[in-house]
Design a protein around this ligand. Structure first.
Ligand code: NAD
Length: 297
């Protein structure tokens, strides 16, 4: 058997264009565009690439993009003052502080200073709590993107056995909460889990968010299962000196057994920015008191 490939790139492009289609009506109702502020501290090359992509995607969706760059030497107080200024700015619906932050800046303090109703990354404890108790809030973009791919593939997830490998605050834990809210039977596996292959073999849905290249082997996968690979790992490529990206799942092997699987790259990766735009659009409607149909996006 050969698995269907879940095309996250195409799904994300479609989501971005659905967001863009909803922007003009918001502009007409609110008299302004939805606005996303992205804060970058320091010169981390990967973070610079992410911030550039977010800026480009925001503009392409017809939204306002506010970029704030602080030097590596910026103090925690300077960053907190900027976050407070963005909290108070009515044209800003979403605030994203690009992580990681330079040494000496307390990430938790910075995140907890963001207005939870502008926290489109969904990292504030208020939003983690809202997700846990099923209230309206903002859900971290990567796991919400995974859920969208799963719903698109499987429809109703109720009663399915889901195994999430990884328990980070930004992927594993919110992913587990989202699947629980869909009435899956959820197992969270992690570095201390006993007999991980046996745990994964029970799963109708496997979400791997570990950060270890091709750790999940083909013979761990239940035939027909849906496999979502969040991992992004850089490994040596075929040519000397070249590298390539692989996921946390042995893709070639698992694709022989799974019912459907996300590739790396081109699976979960492109969903993150698309969901960020979606969260910003939702935040804009919420903040401006403009109605957005529950099934609109
Ligand atoms: P993390 O390092 O915070 O968490 C990794 C988790 O994996 C931990 O909870 C740990 O318990 C678990 N783990 C470690 N070793 C394990 C083992 N041997 N067996 C089982 N579990 C083990 O990582 P993260 O931030 O959650 O990210 C995970 C992966 O997802 C990384 O590769 C990251 O690059 C990728 N990621 C991708 C996107 C995206 O596609 N946009 C976004 C976020 C993270």
């Amino acid at each position: 058997m050969s698995a269907d490939i879940i095309d996250g790139k195409a799904f994300a492009a479609n989501l971005r264009s659905r967001v863009a289609d909803l922007v003009p009506a918001f502009r007409a109702a609110a008299g302004r565009a939805p606005g996303l502020a992205v804060v970058l501290v320091g010169e981390d090359p990967a973070s610079q690439v992410y911030v550039r992509s977010k800026h480009k995607a925001t503009i392409e969706a017809g939204m306002e993009s506010f970029e704030h760059r602080l030097p590596e030497t910026a103090t925690q107080d300077e960053l907190l003052a900027l976050v407070r200024q963005l909290n108070a700015d009515d044209s800003v619906d979403g605030i994203l502080v690009q992580l990681p932050l330079p040494n000496g800046i307390d990430e938790n303090l910075v995140i907890s200073t963001i207005d939870p109703d502008k926290d489109v990354d969904g990292f504030h404890v208020t939003n983690a709590g809202r997700l846990a108790v099923g209230q309206h809030g903002y859900v971290p973009c990567t796991p919400l993107g995974c859920l969208m791919l799963l719903r698109d593939r499987l429809g109703n997830l109720s009663g399915l056995d889901a195994v999430v490998i990884g328990r980070s605050n930004i992927v594993g834990k919110p992913m587990a909460q989202l699947l629980l809210a869909e009435s899956c039977t959820v197992t969270i596996a992690h570095s201390r889990t006993k007999d991980l292959p046996a745990v994964v073999r029970r799963a109708d849905i496997v979400v791997a968010a570990v950060g270890r290249a091709e750790m999940v082997k083909a013979d761990w996968i239940k035939p027909g299962a849906t496999v979502i690979d969040v991992g992004i790992n850089r490994v040596p490529g075929a040519e000397p000196g070249k590298t390539k990206l692989v996921g946390d799942v042995d893709y070639a092997g698992a694709a022989e057994i799974a019912g459907a699987i996300t590739p790396v790259p081109g699976g979960v990766g492109p969903m993150t920015i698309a969901v960020l735009l979606r969260n910003t659009l939702v935040a804009a409607h919420h903040r401006a008191g403009v109605a957005l149909a529950a099934d609109a996006i």
